[in-house]
Design a protein around this ligand. Sequence first.
Ligand SMILES: CC(C)(COP(=O)(O)OP(=O)(O)OC[C@H]1O[C@@H](n2cnc3c(N)ncnc32)[C@H](O)[C@@H]1OP(=O)(O)O)[C@@H](O)C(=O)NCCC(=O)NCCS
Length: 154
Amino acid sequence: MDVSLRPVHDSDLPVYRQMNDPESSHLAAFTSPKTADRDLFEAHWKSIRASDAVVRTVLADGDVVGNVSVYGEPGEREVTYWIDRYYWGRGLATAALRQLLAEVPERPLYARAAADNVGSLRVLEKCGFRVTARASGFAHARGEEIAEDVLRLE
Ligand SMILES: CC(C)(COP(=O)(O)OP(=O)(O)OC[C@H]1O[C@@H](n2cnc3c(N)ncnc32)[C@H](O)[C@@H]1OP(=O)(O)O)[C@@H](O)C(=O)NCCC(=O)NCCS
């Protein structure tokens, strides 16, 4: 599939919201409580888009299939991404993250993934991130504290 990134359009937000299905949220684990409610979800994205985060919509053959971003405080900037479950396993997250990393020159960059989110850890590893620490935190989507890996890209 032809993967490309572009800035977020208002019309992408309803598509993003559909991606918050239970299986995807369980995998991501560290989700925002705000995504369940439509108004909170929209306010959440409004503040992300107004911040200094670099957020891109992922297109596959022209269709909106996810998003990828770099966000956070200087010196602690993290990457995150989300791909529609229908499109999993086709290399889209890896291609999207590679494109964002080519666009954003700042380093180091960090990432966090639930220790059992094998797909996400593999995406990060393929893009050059290395695990530097094991932490734990409350995973809203699972309602419990779980292990998470912290990764760094030099
Ligand atoms: C994690 C996620 C982004 C992966 O997206 P994707 O487009 O399927 O990833 P890719 O196709 O680029 O896969 C990259 C690698 O991970 C592997 N992989 C993907 N999902 C996997 C899974 N569930 N189990 C094992 N390996 C997996 C692929 O086989 C591939 O490895 P390979 O090239 O060695 O074969 C996607 O599952 C997702 O959006 N999940 C919900 C949100 C989320 O977890 N975001 C990350 C938060 S840290």
